[in-house]
Design a protein around this ligand. Structure first.
Ligand SMILES: Nc1ncnc2c1ncn2[C@@H]1O[C@H](COP(=O)(O)OP(=O)(O)OP(=O)(O)O)[C@@H](O)[C@H]1O
Length: 239
């Protein structure tokens, strides 16, 4: 388990980070940014800019080939392979395609992170119901995921991400499969958890939504931060 450094005001920090996939080119080229504790930060940029790679580095699915990735002030380079699962348990992760288990009920999907942590059945059931209540799915706990709408499936994905009370949630294109109204609902839900103290790093192409919500955004181009402002889709398509 990564113990928080008492002095660190940043939950996540990238210092001059480079990343190269095996046999590939440099995907990140000296990326620097800080995510303050309790902040909701967006990562934007064209396809291939490196947004998912940033999230994979934070989740330790990859290691930086240059620079430092720090969580709670601690350099992830020092986390031994055997401690990576413990690092991941400190995070909540949300995906574009929801990644729910389709042969398990909504309840069982959301319970999974708590089963891994060995919670008693009573505690587990109480926390799963609280998470379902928080995302407005209390009545659907026995349903199979495929009987839910896309927005409901993503809300189940959010309940699974928050049920173990992580400090940080990493979301990769979380509204990519949702219509605009459901996408806004999902972002509003993120804001509610953010107001309760959870930090968010969200990779997205949804520039319209970012502008509407007004949180800080970092725009990536070719693996580093760019000062260029992306165009919202509505402005690009406006007559
Ligand atoms: N496993 C991999 N092996 C080799 N190259 C990879 C791998 N995964 C990603 N890449 C390359 O790294 C670059 C950045 O990919 P990444 O998925 O981080 O971009 P992204 O900004 O999230 O794109 P998108 O918006 O399309 O999801 C791309 O050129 C991609 O082809």
């Amino acid at each position: 388990m990564i113990k928080p450094a008492a002095t660190s005001e940043h939950i996540l920090e990238f210092r001059d980070v480079g990343c190269r996939y095996k046999g590939g080119v440099d995907v990140l080229n000296g990326l620097d940014f800080k995510l303050a504790r309790g902040e909701m930060l967006f990562l934007t940029g064209p396809s291939g800019a490196g947004k998912s790679t940033v999230l994979r580095l934070a989740a330790m699915q990859l290691r930086a080939t240059r620079g430092q990735v720090l969580m709670n002030g601690k350099d992830l380079a020092g986390v031994r392979p055997g401690k990576v699962p413990a690092h991941r348990r400190e995070l909540g992760m949300i995906f574009q395609d929801f990644q729910l288990l389709h042969d398990r009920s909504v309840f069982d999907n959301i319970a999974l992170p708590l089963v891994i942590r060995g919670l008693s059945h009573t505690d587990l059931a109480r926390r799963v119901r609280a998470a379902l209540d928080a995302v407005g799915l209390l009545g659907r706990e026995k349903s199979l995921p495929r009987t839910l709408s896309g927005g409901e499936q993503q809300r189940a994905g959010i309940a699974r991400a928050i049920v173990a009370r992580p400090q940080l949630i990493l979301a990769d294109e979380p509204t990519g499969n949702l219509d605009p109204r459901m996408a806004l609902d999902v972002m509003r839900l993120f804001e509610r958890f953010n107001e309760a103290g959870v930090s968010f790093l969200i990779a997205t192409h949804a520039i319209d939504l970012i502008e509407q919500l007004g949180h800080r955004a970092i725009h990536l181009e070719a693996g580093r931060e760019s000062q260029a402002r992306p165009e919202a889709a509505s402005r690009l398509t406006a007559p």
